[in-house]
Ligand binder design. Structure first.
Ligand SMILES: Nc1ncnc2c1ncn2[C@@H]1O[C@H](COP(=O)(O)OP(=O)(O)OP(=O)(O)O)[C@@H](O)[C@H]1O
Length: 703
């Protein structure tokens, strides 16, 4: 009877270890299951508690909508089959899977505790205690060790995918994005479009410097450790574009020496070992399991007692969280809705996968540097913990992959929650921006080493703070709200919920916000003429018409997973949606046109992008410092501040002061132009040399 059903449904292997331990065949007809309440939702799937009628057994059924996945039907089926072959206590096994209309049903053991993410959201908003974390993570590592040993990469390790059963057993779930290391090259490449969730994603995966190998799982594991420790992943409040930028530019996150005082040195060490940007320096799962941190791990009973006791049933818990989020979402459905916050809602629900084109994202990210005016160390889940000098060295040497120089670490008491906070959050990001930038520009860290930790230089901090406190609104980039506006508009409409986005694919452009960016003190007057903007930069200058005409939908979509397209960027195509006009862009518009070759190879080169970004950072720092100085002068003397020359010579006539002022401004503008020209010149040379490399490669290939 089951056999004929199998044929009818075209289902995959259905041998499962049922409740009794004997291997039995699970039915593969939808009618044999009664779906109860929803217990989870992913990007492409809804998970239900269900009854497997013939066996009278409670199971979980994940219903995947083919239309909502990026992966082809074959891939999904194959993944489900892989899941069915898994046989390890720490990895959720697929009991069977089958197609039902436009959906794939994956039947799994029911994990009554739900995911660690949901447990945290319901009862431990600030994270778990260390012994719980050690126990959970040890189980996860065992699962990873098994997967890696069998040639699988999980690719989506995060608290939302760590499931707990009614007896406190911990399993790694969601094989949706897992990949097999031994797949043929073509298949591997094809799978590059499918890689997990930005906050947890290893930098080398973002950069596509290495293929996705199992060391990327170790990075995600480290991020998950932080997630369990704090109740949220580093950068979880931010939209993907910003996460990308932060992961690439900032020093790796970690446990903070001061803030995370309650956690042991062993825990901090373990996290630091995982979150090393250079993948080859990360330990294997097997090696990690030997870390002292895991000596405190306890039994599954302990987990059941600590995490599950007193918790409402999974369905009720899930429903409560969902209602809370829907309420929040409804509140945000206003004309100028703060879309970026929705990413946090998605995070709460455990959905944090995004689908967007990596190359476009990179071009957005580079421009976000302008729009965002740098990354604040306050935005980071910064780590200043280093076990030893060696560790410190290793981690600082890791450096950023995208832009040079952000190798400093601060141990300020930073929470990601900066976005949710008020006044202190307003000033604090900026105070560190300049410090980071200075570090980047000079290459010399403006920090002091205290007990193996790099601390922010206090005088710099004070200086910036003083400045901020005078008038936090005066420089728009200093303003929290402006920053938010700036970002929302930079990233366009990527922040609709998955449900929303599937309803409307129309690009949303918040025109209001566009002009609210970092206008700042740099008064560069004219509107750029389209012709005067260099090709590569032109694409970045927002233009309402461009937005309207754009045939491409917004690149950031919340439908499906984070998508890495292995293709190329064509500079002239790289037009990030919704970028607002930034002062630096306006300055650029004054430059003579310079055509940039749209060599796809060259443009897609990360190194090129990195170099360009570095140069751009230098330039930006210059501009920002200039703004700061102008602003400080304004602060002292009001809007009609006199020039220094005028100050020295009070007898000078107003008109001469004005002309001195003007000439200073002109000189500064000239300097800016020169710098920009230099940047463009360097970029041009870089692209030429890359073309040359390509040419030589082609020649070599012929030989
Ligand atoms: N076997 C299970 N038992 C109980 N709950 C489950 C089970 N499998 C999944 N869930 C719940 O459903 C949620 C979504 O499942 P899953 O992660 O597999 O979907 P997904 O579409 O792959 O999601 P994403 O890609 O966002 O991680 C999980 O976070 C978890 O809370």
């Amino acid at each position: 009877m089951v056999g004929s059903r199998e044929k009818a449904a075209g289902g995959s292997g259905c041998v499962g270890g049922g409740g009794g331990g004997e291997r039995r065949k699970y039915p593969i007809l939808a009618d044999d299951y009664e779906l109860y309440e929803e217990i989870g939702q992913g990007v492409s799937a809804i998970v239900y508690r269900a009854l497997c009628k013939p066996f009278g057994e409670i199971v979980a059924v994940k219903v995947l909508d083919f239309e909502r996945t990026n992966s082809g039907l074959n891939n999904i089926m194959r993944e489900a089959q892989t899941m069915n072959l898994i046989d390890q206590p720490n990895v959720v096994k697929g009991l069977c899977s089958f197609a039902n209309n436009q959906t794939l049903w994956v039947v799994m053991p029911y994990m009554a505790g739900g995911s660690c993410l949901h447990i945290m959201k319901s009862a431990h908003p600030n994270g778990f205690e260390e012994a719980v974390i050690a126990t959970v993570l040890r189980e996860v590592l065992k699962g990873l060790e098994y997967l890696h040993h069998h040639g699988h990469i999980h690719r989506d390790v995060k608290a939302g995918n760590i499931l707990v059963d009614s007896r406190g057993g911990v399993k790694l779930g969601d094989f949706g994005v897992s990949a097999c290391l031994f797949e043929s090259g073509d298949r591997q490449r094809a799978r590059n479009t499918f890689v997990g969730t930005p906050c947890w994603m290893a930098p080398e995966v973002m950069e596509q410097l290495h293929g996705y190998d199992f060391k990327a799982d170790i990075w995600s594991f480290g991020i998950t450790a932080l997630e369990l420790a704090h109740g949220h992943a580093p950068f979880s409040k931010y939209p993907p574009m910003k996460v990308l930028l932060m992961t690439l530019q900032n020093a790796p996150p970690g446990l903070d020496y001061e803030r995370d005082r309650k956690f042991s040195r062993h825990f901090k060490q373990m996290v630091a070992m995982c979150l090393v940007k250079e993948p080859s320096k990360r330990p294997t799962a097997t090696k990690l399991l030997k870390q002292s941190f895991f000596k405190q791990a306890r039994s599954s009973d302990y987990i059941a007692r600590k995490l599950l006791e007193g918790l409402p049933g999974l369905g009720a818990r899930y429903q409560a969280l969902k209602e809370k989020d829907e309420h929040l979402l409804a509140q945000k459905k206003m004309p100028d809705g703060k879309k970026e916050e929705i990413s946090q809602d998605e995070y709460k629900r455990g959905i944090s996968s995004w689908n967007f084109d990596m190359d476009d994202l990179k071009s957005q990210a580079s421009l976000a540097t302008e729009c965002e005016d740098a990354i604040s160390s306050k935005d980071m889940d910064v780590s200043s913990f280093y076990d030893s000098d060696t560790n410190l060295q290793e981690r600082t040497q890791d450096g950023p992959l995208f832009s040079g120089g952000f190798s400093m670490k601060y141990d300020t008491d930073v929470e990601n929650d900066v976005m949710a906070n008020d006044k202190s959050a307003v000033s604090s990001p900026e105070q560190s921006i300049y410090i980071s930038r200075n570090a980047s520009v000079s290459g010399a860290p403006n920090g002091v080493l205290v007990n193996g930790h790099v601390r922010k230089h206090s005088s710099m901090e004070n200086c910036d703070l003083d400045f901020q406190e005078k008038d936090s609104d005066a420089i728009p980039i200093s303003s929290f709200h402006e920053r938010k506006f700036s970002f929302s508009s930079c990233s366009s409409d990527g922040f609709l919920s998955s449900r929303e986005s599937s309803l409307s694919s129309k690009p949303h452009i918040n025109i209001h916000n566009r002009d609210k960016g970092i206008g700042g003190a740099l008064q560069v007057a004219d509107e750029p003429s389209p012709e005067s903007v260099p090709k590569a930069l032109k694409s970045s200058v927002p233009n309402i018409d461009e937005h309207d005409d754009r045939s491409k939908p917004p690149l950031i979509q919340q439908r499906g997973r984070f998508k890495v397209t292995p293709g190329h960027v064509e500079l002239d195509k790289a037009h990030p949606p919704g970028l607002q006009k930034c002062h630096s862009m306006q300055a650029i518009s004054h430059l003579p046109a310079l055509s940039i070759p749209s060599s796809a190879e060259a443009a897609s080169s990360i190194i090129g992008g990195s170099f360009y970004l570095q140069l751009y950072n230098v330039l930006q720092t210059n501009m920002l410092q200039r703004e700061q100085i102008l602003h400080a002068m304004k602060q002292i003397y009001g809007s009609d501040f006199p020039s220094p020359v005028c100050m020295l010579s009070r007898s000078a006539s107003p008109s001469s002061a004005l002309s001195v002022d003007r000439s200073m401004l002109e000189a500064a503008q000239e300097k800016e132009k020169e710098l920009l020209n230099e940047v463009l010149e360097l970029q041009w040379r870089l692209l030429c040399s890359q073309d040359e490399v390509q040419r030589l490669k082609a020649k070599a290939a012929q030989i």
